[in-house]
Design a protein around this ligand. Structure first.
Ligand SMILES: [Zn+2]
Length: 166
């Protein structure tokens, strides 16, 4: 059921674009990292550009400790795609560590979604890709016990506000 919504919304939004958007829950709180104390390198080291979806894959897999299947469901991509995104993310982080590069988080094919739900059975967060369709169950565990998750960190300064329906 959820998959059908996802396909619908993709064909709806994606028709002019060649590849799918990846969903991410919130933008990162920072724009990147700068290395310090590099003793070997003279001159500038090229920055590593970590895309938003790569950041999100890292966040879900290594910070939230979800498995690839769960992360792929939440990001609205296939599991092999998630695994590729995740592998790229780790490769870039490793490259930055080894070469002493700055990491710049930006770009990628993503969209942010502000209406999130928290499943009280499996604890996952998910959102509603098609706003006019009512969510009936958790896309991961199919539980019907979930609540609207109001936290929205799109703005650091943003004060708490109720998520509006329309
Ligand atoms: Zn669940």
């Amino acid at each position: 059921m959820f998959t059908i919504f996802v396909l619908n919304i993709c064909s709806l939004f994606m028709s002019p674009r060649p590849s799918r958007l990846r969903k991410i829950s919130n933008p990162p709180v920072i724009s990147g990292f700068r290395p310090y104390g590099n003793k070997n390198i003279k001159g500038k080291v090229e920055a590593v550009f970590l895309h938003f979806e790569e950041y999100e894959a890292l966040r879900l897999c290594d910070y939230e400790m979800l498995n690839h299947h769960q992360a792929s469901v939440l990001m609205n991509v296939s599991r092999p795609t998630l695994t590729r995104i995740y592998a790229r993310a780790r490769q870039k982080i490793a490259e930055a560590l080894v070469k002493g590069s700055q990491i710049s988080i930006e770009g990628g094919k993503i969209y942010f979604d502000s209406e999130w739900f928290l499943c009280s059975s499996c604890g996952c967060y998910f959102n509603n890709p098609e706003k006019q369709v009512e969510i009936k169950e958790c896309p991961l565990c199919k539980s019907t016990s979930f609540s609207v998750y109001a936290e929205n960190n799109n703005n650091e300064e943003e004060e708490e506000e109720e998520e509006e329906e329309e």
